[in-house]
Design a protein around this ligand. Structure first.
Ligand code: C2E
Ligand code: CA
Ligand code: CA
Length: 658
């Protein structure tokens, strides 16, 4: 016990054991004798008493001195004692010797700092002014700095110039310690060091603040993210920005102040398919790479050249005024793409159709700039190779109409707004072997539309797969209920141009439509154009073979228009070849067409296929075709494509009368 001034008034054996004084030696003396001399000088011993008198108690830890001068680490609790009238009577002071605990703690903290030295996370201690007090080896290594150089460095000087907007310390004082902030530090060689930074603020005994900061190096992860981002926005073959990058760039520019002056050029290489088909895909790739290089180097520096797909390039210009106007820019780009490219010791001449548009003409429809340029390119293409065409209000209006049509077509597919007509395919003697389903659209304004009018729309807007699905389901369901003239059910042929064997769901969708309709799979014919069948990877080919094993047949549609190699067609699982109507149309006038028809028939038979002639309009055509061994005929000579009911009636009649 102490009196109000701090003199010892009572002393127990525990106190004697810790401090070495006997009661008679210490009673009446001031308790400052327990304090080390350096703390007595600063007036320290009086503070705890004042504090205890004020708030009732005082807790303290620190070094104290025994009678023999040795020190011990004390845990001290001082409680104020008051009389019933509230007057201060003195203090009760409990002292515990914590020296062993203290040693334990020191050992632990030494172990802790050893740990800081070996963990692969950079750690630094910053003082209140934001300067490095200490740092572990990892941080020194990450920053390529000696510890002595690091000490005293201000936090702001650790940041890389690209990341100096927010201070390193205290930018988010209340963020939880486990919340990492991505920061970029500067290594001593000025390379960026990407880190996840976690900060904890703490307070020293003297009340000053300090920061403990952990830096986790995420440069690898950052580089990988950047690589992924690069890959997502760049074309792998040419390294040019891709469609997504163009969309992002245009989105940015069209929301900027100079949207009116933004220009887009859409370029499509003429006859690229022919280059690909005749010289092979590798050669085609070489041409594309070379054109990309020339385009990148040939466009004005402010412009961006990009590759959308196959042979489609785009040039985006942020300010067409700065490059002499749209037509000047279009001529430059057209000139760059009108060139000869050496491929395998051969000079391949190329040119491109170029369509252009400026933001000012886009009628506030910035997001459709690409489409307008694309439409202008199409118009250029119709004008002949190497042409340039610039969008005007009429073209923009036409594209707008097209976009409306797209929406309506999507609704028509979803809402059963389409119908199917059926055109018989006959053996030439009146028997209907099968019928081809041909899609029609009853448009509320434009009337009955044939596929030529809306398939391009479907293709533009990626609706072909949905359209094919609808046709497939509807045609098989309707055909399943057809009468069977002479006991023979005619087959049903369905054109597929969006739902193709490469499609992962192809087999499942075909099987589902067959199951749903209950039709005999042997009555199902799927018509694909020859270009789809070429270079068919093993997977899709296998899928076709499996369907063929169940009786489904595949027909090569429009045979002879795809520049395909006969040798490659030989390996595809097809059962029917449909000679394109362009050969039929020329029959009689040009002896060569008859020779071609004969060759096609013989080729088909050599492969074990049935040969069908399309577009047979006259008796003469039929007779000539019969003479060269054609197996079946389709055309107006026998019947137009008929609405569902009329076709049923025709089947009811049993035979075609020509
Ligand atoms: P295609 O597969 O070659 O179909 C034959 C086209 O020739 C049909 O035109 C048909 O009406 C027409 N045609 C038939 N006989 C004659 C004739 O004697 N003379 C002439 N000049 N033409 C004849 P349509 O129905 O306008 O179809 C055009 C193309 O649209 C089709 O050509 C096919 O590629 C595509 N198509 C039609 N229906 C569908 C469909 O349901 N799905 C898909 N994906 N494409 C379809
Ligand atoms: Ca067809
Ligand atoms: Ca055809």
């Amino acid at each position: 016990m102490l009196d109000v001034d701090g003199h010892v008034t009572s002393w127990n054996p525990g106190a004697e054991q810790i401090k070495g004084y006997r009661a008679d030696e210490i009673l009446g003396r001031h308790f400052a004798v327990f304090y080390p001399p350096e703390r007595v000088v600063t007036g320290d011993p009086d503070n705890p008493l004042r504090e205890a008198a004020r708030v009732g108690y005082h807790l303290d830890q620190g070094w104290r001195v025994r009678k023999d001068g040795s020190r011990f680490f004390a845990d001290v609790a001082i409680t104020a004692l008051r009389a019933s009238d509230g007057r201060l009577r003195g203090f009760a002071k409990v002292t515990r010797d914590e020296t062993d605990a203290r040693t334990r703690q020191e050992r632990a903290s030494r172990r802790f700092s050893d740990l800081c030295g070996v963990i692969p996370v950079g750690i630094a201690l910053f003082d209140e002014s934001g300067r490095v007090v200490d740092a572990n080896d990892t941080l020194c290594r990450l920053l390529c700095l000696e510890r002595d150089h690091l000490r005293g460095t201000h936090a702001a000087d650790l940041l890389h110039p690209q990341d100096r907007d927010e201070p390193l310390l205290g930018s988010r004082p209340n963020s939880p310690a486990d919340e990492a902030v991505h920061r970029v530090l500067a290594r001593s060689d000025e390379l960026p060091l990407h880190c996840d930074v976690r900060t904890a603020v703490s307070v020293h005994d003297d009340g000053s603040r300090f920061w403990l900061v952990a830096f986790q190096d995420v440069t690898d992860r950052q580089q990988q993210t950047e690589r992924l981002r690069y890959e997502a926005t760049h074309d792998a073959l040419t390294g040019l920005p891709n469609r997504r990058a163009v969309r992002d760039l245009l989105g940015e520019l069209m929301h900027g102040p100079d949207a009116e002056r933004v220009a887009v050029l859409f370029c499509d290489v003429n006859n690229f398919k022919r280059i690909n088909d005749s010289l092979g895909h590798d050669a085609g790739d070489e041409v594309v790479v070379e054109l990309a290089r020339r385009l990148r180097e040939g466009v004005p520096p402010c412009c961006t050249a990009a590759r959308l797909s196959g042979d489609e390039f785009v040039v985006v210009c942020p300010d067409v005024g700065g490059v002499g106007g749209l037509s000047r820019l279009a001529e430059v780009v057209s000139g760059v793409l009108r060139t000869a490219v050496p491929v395998r010791g051969q000079l391949v001449r190329v040119s491109a159709a170029v369509g252009g548009v400026v933001g000012a003409d886009a009628a506030g429809r910035g997001e459709d700039l690409l489409r307008f340029a694309d439409a202008a390119m199409y118009r250029a293409k119709r004008g002949g190779p190497g042409r340039v065409s610039l969008a005007d209000p009429a073209l923009v209006a036409a594209v707008d109409g097209q976009l409306r049509l797209e929406t309506e077509l999507r609704e028509a597919i979803e809402g059963d707004g389409l119908t199917l007509h059926y055109q018989p395919i006959t053996d030439g003697r009146g028997e209907i072997l099968s019928a081809e389903a041909l899609v029609r659209w009853h448009h509320p304004v434009h009337g009955l539309l044939s596929p030529g009018a809306f398939l391009p729309v479907a293709e533009q807007s990626d609706l072909l797969p949905d359209l094919d699905r609808w046709v497939l389901r509807t045609a098989l369901a309707e055909a399943a209920g057809w009468p069977a003239p002479g006991g023979r059910h005619p087959s049903i042929a369905v054109n597929l141009s969006g739902l193709l064997p490469h499609h992962p769901e192809f087999a499942a969708e075909i099987a589902a439509s067959i199951d749903e309709s209950g039709i005999d799979p042997r009555r199902v014919v799927l018509e694909l154009v020859e270009t789809v069948l070429l270079d068919l990877p093993a997977g899709p080919r296998r899928v076709m073979e499996e369907l063929a094993e169940q009786g489904v047949r595949f027909a090569v549609d429009d045979f002879g228009t795809g520049y395909s190699s006969l040798a490659r067609l030989k390996d595809t699982p097809t059962q029917i070849i449909k000679a394109d109507r362009q050969f039929v149309a020329g029959l009689g006038e040009d002896g060569r067409d008859l020779a071609i028809a004969r060759a096609v028939a013989e080729f088909a038979h050599a492969l074990g296929c049935l040969c069908v002639a399309e577009g047979v309009e006259t008796r003469d055509q039929h007779d000539l075709l019969a003479g060269v061994g054609i197996d079946a005929y389709q055309g107006w000579l026998f019947s137009h494509a008929l609405p569902r009911e009329e076709f049923r009636d025709l089947l009811g009649d049993g035979r075609l009368h020509r």
